[in-house]
Every structure is written in C-alpha cells, then in structure tokens.
Design a protein around this ligand. Structure first.
Ligand SMILES: [Zn+2]
Length: 236
C-alpha cells in the first residue's frame, strides 16, 4: 500500500485475510459513525473484526486500510448474483457519514469528488462490470440499508461507474404477480430470502422516491428494463 494522488492517508487495519476469489465487485457503504476518527478506530480494531479497503471522509480525504489484494471484512453475510463470499470477490469503500441512525443526510460533494476517480481506477484495474458496483443494502438486503436512498447513484452512473436507472420504461405490468417480480429480482442478483426486504433494497437503489417494500407497476417496469438490457448485453 502506498500513498498516491487518490490515496491521502494510510491507516493499516489488521482485519483481513486471503481472498478465495478474484475481484469482480465494488461495494459502497456508509460508516454510520461520527466523528470519522471513531469509524477509523473501529475499522482498525482487532477486536471489532471489521474493515474496508478504503474510507473517504466527508472532506474528501481518502484513507487506505487494507491492501486491495487482501480480503477486507466489510460485507458480512452477503450475496450477489450467485456469489456468497462477497468479501472475497469485492473491494469495499466506506463513506464517512452519520447514516440513518444519526440523522440521515445528503452525501458531501467533496466526498463524491474523491470517490469518482478512486472508483474509476478500481473498476478499470479489476475490470469490474457496472452491474457489480453495488451498495451494501444490495448484497445484504435483510440486514443493511447503506449507503441508502440519498447516495447519488445517478451521478455515479454519469461517469460510467454503475448502471443508470432506466428511464425508457414500457407501459403495462411485465410481471403477473409479486412472486414473479421477486423471482426476477433474484435473477437480477438479489438475495430474496426475505422478499419484502429485497424489494425495499431494490427500491432504495432504483426508485429511491418511495421505499415501501410493495411491488408496484413502476418498479416492475424498471426491473424488466434492467433485465432486458442485461440480456441484450448492454448492462455489463
Ligand atoms: Zn455497510
């Protein structure tokens, strides 16, 4: 690990081990802890058994805690597109933020401006598909809500770093019932063990204006479009 234009500080964490899979995902989190020193202390505390590869402060300072080639402990019990050991397959970035528990608010611009070049470098170096740049809530829908509905996924998509929210939606209801929608959610990548939580996670990411865990025509049309794009090969 060394400092660079994109990495301003080194704060090595002992909380990592060897990867059991190649890197194919990027997982974004919020720390839900203020001040940032509290989060840095926890992510480097051997007792806590948690870590991430990077942490970005609200002022846009980037800390590296774990070398990318090692398996950091950020995702916990998780699942995405058939992968159960998400920690082995991913790089984890923590965003310094109070989270839903301590006054949920917009992510700072300085933080986003630091995230973009770091995520771009990571995605390019490891050839990570846009569809595998996800939130913690996407890979652990029953347990997690971070980074949450205020994270600017659409802005990140403008840089080609994640999938954009589909806009051209077909009218009508593509799924006959809630069960068909949930099975399609699984096909897209989500763990559907707790269907209502999986629906909420999908809404948080793809239709953040209304998160109620209910299947409706709009989220049906969005998921349909996402799967169509993937089948056409447009959504890598
Ligand atoms: Zn998280």
């Amino acid at each position: 690990m060394e400092k660079s234009e994109l990495v301003h500080h080194m704060r090595p964490s002992p909380n990592y081990n060897d990867r059991a899979a190649p890197i194919s995902m990027l997982v974004l989190h919020y720390t839900e802890m203020k001040p940032v020193e509290t989060a840095l202390d926890r992510l480097t505390d051997p007792e806590a058994q948690v870590s991430a590869h990077y942490l970005i402060t609200e002022e846009g300072q980037v800390y590296q805690l774990v070398p990318e080639e090692k398996r950091a402990w950020h995702a916990g019990q998780s699942y995405w597109r058939g992968t159960k050991d998400v920690n082995s397959a991913s790089i984890g970035i923590e965003l310094d933020h109070p989270g839903h528990a301590n006054g949920y608010r917009k992510f700072s611009d300085a933080q986003f401006q630091a995230l973009v070049p770091l995520a771009a470098r990571i995605a390019k170096q490891h050839d990570i598909p846009r569809a595998n740049v996800v939130g913690h809530s996407d890979v652990a829908p029953a347990r997690k809500t971070d980074p949450g509905e205020l994270f600017p996924w659409s802005r990140l998509a403008e840089y080609g770093l994640c999938l954009p929210i589909p806009t051209k939606l077909e009218s009508g209801d593509p799924f006959h019932n809630d069960g068909a929608f949930v099975l399609a959610l699984e096909r897209f990548g989500y763990d559907i063990t707790e269907p209502k939580k999986a629906i909420e996670a999908f809404q948080r990411r793809w239709r953040p204006q209304l998160i109620d865990g209910q299947v409706d025509q709009q989220i049906g049309a969005i998921l349909w479009q996402l799967l169509l794009q993937r089948d056409r090969g447009d959504a890598r």
